[in-house]
Design a protein around this ligand. Structure first.
Ligand SMILES: O=C(O)CCC(=O)C(=O)O
Length: 281
């Protein structure tokens, strides 16, 4: 269980540094199951290394993981991370993407970047999106642990291509999760070891922001229909503040066989008026 004290401490670290590490919160059996699932999916779909240097020419990235194997469904619902993400974004947040980051031996360091560089809004700003990097291997000095620039989420600009700043390596034990503000400057490290570094990136965004992966079109409807309702909502079968994302004034969750979803903001306003009228003597 998440105690309020622990949650508050994590949130304070996150706000100061732009990231926080939740040490070893995933049980070893779940880590092993996820690594096995990644290996199975990689083989089943005949996947290879990414094709761009940013994504990593010695890195296997499996996109759209929720559609590939049910084993990944629990990842976005991880209680501690989801409750922190809800506290930072709000409960109507969305899953932006769920992707694996398997760094092979020989993978070079990634360029310094932030994950919301394309969003045309001034910095600094409150978090728009959050990335939870799940360590499914120990993140060590030499296998490509993510580098971060603490406090850089508060800088007034995104990193320039030639910007040379000191970073720290977020080394952590397998089963740990690093949650960071996607405005934080960071990059994947170089993997100079002989082993693969297994990781997942579970990326959440505000409910009013476009998702990085188009999960409504990318996951077959019959697959989403089998998911837990909270995961369906996170995938975009939901409306933000009763207004954004509706289909003909209906919450899209009804497309998945649920009788009722959230009311639109307009229905809610009329209902409030009717109730106030009924209470008047
Ligand atoms: O692999 C990592 O450690 C980080 C990857 C990353 O930051 C990205 O691809 O945007």
């Amino acid at each position: 269980m998440t105690t309020p004290d622990r949650n508050d401490a994590w949130r304070a670290d996150f706000e100061r540094d732009g990231y926080v590490v939740l040490p070893e919160i995933i049980p070893p059996a779940q880590v092993a199951m996820l690594v096995e699932a990644l290996q199975r999916v990689e083989k089943e779909y005949g996947l290879g290394y990414a094709r761009t240097s940013f994504e990593g020419l010695k890195t296997v990235r499996i996109n759209n993981l929720l559609a590939r194997d049910d084993a990944f469904w629990q990842v976005p619902l991880q209680p501690e991370v989801l409750s922190l993400a809800e506290a930072l974004l709000d409960r109507e947040l969305l899953l932006s993407s769920l992707v694996s980051l398997t760094l092979g031996p020989g993978q070079e360091r990634q360029p310094l970047h932030e994950d919301v560089q394309q969003i045309p809004l001034p910095r600094p700003r409150p978090p728009l999106s959050l990335n939870a990097i799940w360590a499914l291997s120990d993140f060590t000095e030499d296998n490509g642990a993510t580098h971060v620039v603490p406090g850089s989420h508060r800088y007034d600009h995104s990193p320039r291509p030639d910007e040379d700043v000191p970073t720290i390596k977020a080394t952590m034990k397998s089963g740990s999760i690093m949650l960071f503000d996607s405005a934080l400057w960071h990059h994947g490290g170089a993997n100079t070891s002989n082993e693969r570094r297994y990781a997942l990136s579970c990326y959440y965004c505000a409910g009013w922001l476009r998702q990085q992966e188009n999960l409504q079109l990318g996951i077959p409807r019959e697959t989403v229909a089998r998911m837990p309702r909270r995961l369906q909502e996170l995938c975009g079968y939901s409306i933000y503040k009763g207004q954004f994302g509706h289909i003909d004034n209906q919450d899209p969750i009804t497309l998945l066989g649920h009788e009722r979803g959230k009311r639109t903001v307009w229905e809610a306003a009329d209902l409030k008026k009717q109730r106030a009228g009924a209470e008047r003597p």
